[in-house]
Write a protein that binds this ligand. Structure first.
Ligand code: THU
Length: 160
């Protein structure tokens, strides 16, 4: 039997203003779109902004449904929109932020498993790593250099 240790590298910006200017601007876009989330059931709003190589920023927020599983997370709303609108563009970075109605979230909330899988698909498609920045409503911003850092041992098309 062999043991293998999997480690991920996380960069932590103690405050938002420490982010590089272009990433801070992307996070602002994520915050803007977060305000438009349709989250009447969870009252937990999420915004995602995607910087594309063609200069476009594509945003998305969570969209809930009375039939709960029919709702969609912000990250997938954004990345599917980017894929639909600009299939040839490379994704350069993703910024994500959250806001709850009943508490101030001051620690980064990381993307759910399904969104990691969806983002990993586009990382594999474009064959270059996608940096992901994520934060709470306030507080530090976490950065991973690649989606796969959030999803070690990911399932991908090489198995098919
Ligand atoms: N949500 C996201 O938009 N992204 C995530 O990565 C985690 C959860 C949404 C789904 C639902 O509308 C609400 O947050 C509460 O789970």
């Amino acid at each position: 039997m062999q043991k293998k240790q999997l480690a991920i590298a996380l960069k932590i910006y103690a405050q938002e203003h420490e982010l590089p200017a272009e990433v801070a601007a992307l996070m602002q876009e994520a915050k803007k779109t977060r305000a438009n989330a349709y989250a009447p059931y969870s009252k937990f709003k999420v915004g995602a902004a995607i910087q594309l190589s063609n200069g476009e920023v594509v945003t998305g927020n969570n969209q809930e449904n009375a039939a709960y599983p029919s709702g969609m997370c912000a990250e997938r709303t954004a990345i599917y929109s980017a894929g639909a609108r600009f299939p040839e563009a490379r994704i350069e970075a993703i910024a994500i932020c959250v806001k709850a109605h009943n508490q101030i979230i001051s620690q980064p909330a990381s993307p759910c498993g399904a969104c990691r899988q969806a983002m990993a698909e586009y990382e594999q498609k474009q064959k270059t790593p996608i940096p992901v920045y994520f934060m709470g409503e306030t507080g530090p911003v976490y950065k991973v250099d690649a989606v796969l850092d959030l999803l070690p041992l990911a399932f991908d098309s090489s198995f098919l």
